[in-house]
Design a binder for this molecule. Structure first.
Ligand code: ATP
Length: 599
């Protein structure tokens, strides 16, 4: 197939704005496209050589190199190319112009030479030749690759027609300024190959299950629409993720999903679609990039703890505090992503993945099965360990249950909850946003305005580096009215190595066998202490808590107050436990915080 057909189509598409007309233009193109090259034609329309998730190299030619290639191809100085670029504002058009000038020159020479004989003014460039040359340019890496890239590209431009040159240059620039979106290509494929627009949903579903439109089109032209109807996810090719709507009224959310629901922690990290085939693992991001190399520990665990031979699961990768095992905010995960040395990053910011769905297992497409069934298969497919865990979820049927779960989730560092439908039609809607999943996030974000002073009432042994040593404290506020100490949070972050070294010595004099009678707690620490030591703490914000006893019922029935992401600042040896922050003060701070957010 001649490349000029693609170039002419792109040129036409550029000139029209009606989607129907664009679709018809593409249909005409597809009608002239032989089966063997339909995939390449689609990649040209999409402006790429392959899907990003394949992790293949990009063309790697910056603007300077492109200018050089054009100057070599058409025998003009780089200064001339640059000045034309300034005038025309588009390197593609510059190449087109220079190619035409050269062409008229050769044509007139040719005419003289042949004395009026027939001179072909069209290039012989085929889709294959253009695609393969561009692919070679992309794959050229390492020493000498710059020259090779330049040589290949200038050769291609020399052979090209003016119009072809325009689109080759634009393609290389990566600024594919044509208005063909994937959805229009899908429309055109349905008309050209599947006998009409009514088949469009079949093609779209196939594309959602295998995020490579060229590959889907190839199956369509080679095997027909029936083959696409039966298409299943394929390990190694990302599935477009299912997305959620958002809402904030518990009763309405429940009504929207049919009265009963699974509520699940909405973890605050990075979405990860994990594919496993034997020993081979891929991890794809929310935007379908291949992020496998960023999470070696997840790869290792997936190999060993995902039971099926072939499986696609979905979860959220979250940063974990190496010393306490607690979840860290999303920003901490980002610091890991910015780090160059992955092995250092792994140590400083370990991660855990919380799996919430399963899409495919050993030859079986699970996307059309209801969520409770998928959950069962997921649970059978995973052996939980320190890195891979199942997302925390619960079945609920009342707004109160839903709300309680929400508070617990937020307190533990989740961003909120996902409310998920569980009825017969609760399928995995790949690539679609709908009301089968609803996100319910806390609707305010604010810094805690001031630090607080809390009383140590117990302690927990640490993990990792801190294994066997006390590394986390259970803290309480003072309840003046009852002269007791009511728990607010656990703190395991913010301690220096020296603080940790000394921790046991500091706590020892106060350790007791059972809960102190003045302490009101539903949390059971590894060791209880007398309420004596006071620590200064700051956190991200005050939150409501179903777990902690401080100010229980003051703001909401059966609900206390807590601190999200608390951090130790220093010991307050100068304060007695009764001088610590009181529960009433925390209630005031919470109300103040709400007011600040609303203002
Ligand atoms: P969206 O993905 O809906 O376009 P977004 O990218 O802004 O929006 P959020 O609004 O934060 O993301 O919510 C959706 C994301 O929540 C998911 O893509 C996923 O990464 C994350 N998530 C965390 N926990 C879960 C869970 N239990 N189930 C589904 N998604 C979860």
């Amino acid at each position: 197939m001649r490349f000029i057909l693609v170039a002419k189509t792109l040129d036409m598409v550029e000139k029209i704005s009606s989607r129907i007309q664009i679709t018809n233009t593409l249909v005409e193109l597809f009608k002239q496209t032989p089966k063997e090259v339909v995939d390449k034609v689609i990649y040209f329309l999409q402006g790429k050589l392959w899907p990003e998730w394949m992790g293949m190299p990009e063309l790697g030619l910056g603007e300077k190199m492109l200018i050089k290639a054009i100057s070599i191809a058409y025998g003009v100085s780089e200064a001339r190319v640059t000045s034309l670029y300034k005038d025309l504002g588009d390197l593609g058009v510059v190449a087109e112009r220079l190619r035409s000038e050269k062409k008229s020159l050769t044509t007139s020479k040719g005419l003289m030479a042949f004395m009026g004989g027939a001179v072909s003014t069209e290039s012989g460039l085929t889709v294959d030749r253009v695609y393969n040359t561009l692919a070679r340019i992309a794959k050229a890496q390492g020493e000498g690759s710059r020259d090779l890239k330049l040589r290949l590209l200038s050769g291609l431009l020399r052979e090209a027609e003016p119009l072809e040159a325009r689109f080759i240059v634009r393609f290389v620039e990566g600024r594919h300024r044509i208005g063909v979106g994937d959805m229009t290509i899908l429309d055109a494929l349905a008309i050209a190959y599947a006998g009409g627009g009514s088949y469009r949903p079949v093609i779209e579903r196939a594309y959602n299950l295998r995020a490579d439109l060229a590959h889907v089109a190839k199956i369509l032209v080679e095997k027909g629409v029936e083959a696409l109807e039966k298409i299943k996810p394929e390990v190694g090719t990302p599935v477009k993720p299912m997305l959620a709507e958002r809402h904030k009224d518990p009763a309405e959310m429940l009504a929207k999903v049919g009265g009963r629901a699974i509520v699940e922690y909405k973890y605050d990290g990075e979405r990860a679609q994990i594919h496993k085939k034997g020993d081979q693992i891929w991890i794809f991001s929310r935007r379908l990039e291949n992020i496998t190399h960023m999470y070696p520990e997840v790869v290792e665990s997936a190999k060993n703890y995902l039971v099926p031979n072939e499986v696609i699961v979905e979860g959220e990768i979250v940063a974990i505090d190496p010393d306490t095992g607690e979840m860290r905010p999303f920003q901490v995960l980002m610091t890991r992503k910015r780090k160059y040395e992955i092995h250092r990053a792994m140590k400083e910011v370990p991660v855990r993945v919380y799996l919430f769905d399963i899409i495919y297992v050993d030859g079986e497409d699970l996307t059309l099965r209801p969520l409770p069934e998928r959950k069962k298969v997921l649970e059978q497919s995973v052996r939980e360990n320190d890195v891979i865990k199942l997302a925390e979820y619960q079945y609920v049927s009342t707004p109160e249950e839903l709300d309680r779960f929400f508070l617990k989730a937020v307190e533990e560092g989740a961003e909120g909850i996902m409310v998920k439908a569980i009825h017969q039609n609760s399928i995995y809607q790949a690539g679609n946003r709908g009301w089968l999943w609803i996100k319910y996030k806390r609707d305010y974000k604010s810094e805690m305005s001031d630090s607080v002073d809390l009383v140590v009432v117990g302690a927990f042994k640490g993990r990792g580096r801190r294994a066997g040593k006390y590394g986390t404290l259970l803290l309480a506020a003072y309840d003046k009215e009852n002269d007791s100490f009511k728990t607010v949070c656990k703190v395991g972050t913010g301690f220096t190595d020296e603080d940790l070294e000394k921790m046991e010595d500091i706590l020892k004099p106060y350790m007791i066998k059972n809960r102190h009678p003045r302490v009101v707690s539903e949390v059971e620490p590894d060791v209880w202490t007398e309420p004596a030591l006071v620590a200064e703490i700051i956190g991200a914000e005050l939150t409501l808590s179903p777990l902690h006893t401080c100010a229980r019922g003051a703001l909401k029935p059966d609900t206390g107050i807590s601190i999200r992401f608390p951090r130790f600042i220093r010991w307050r040896d100068d304060k007695s436990p009764e001088e610590a922050t009181t529960c009433d003060e925390l209630v005031e701070m919470y109300k103040q915080q709400l007011r600040t957010v609303q203002e």
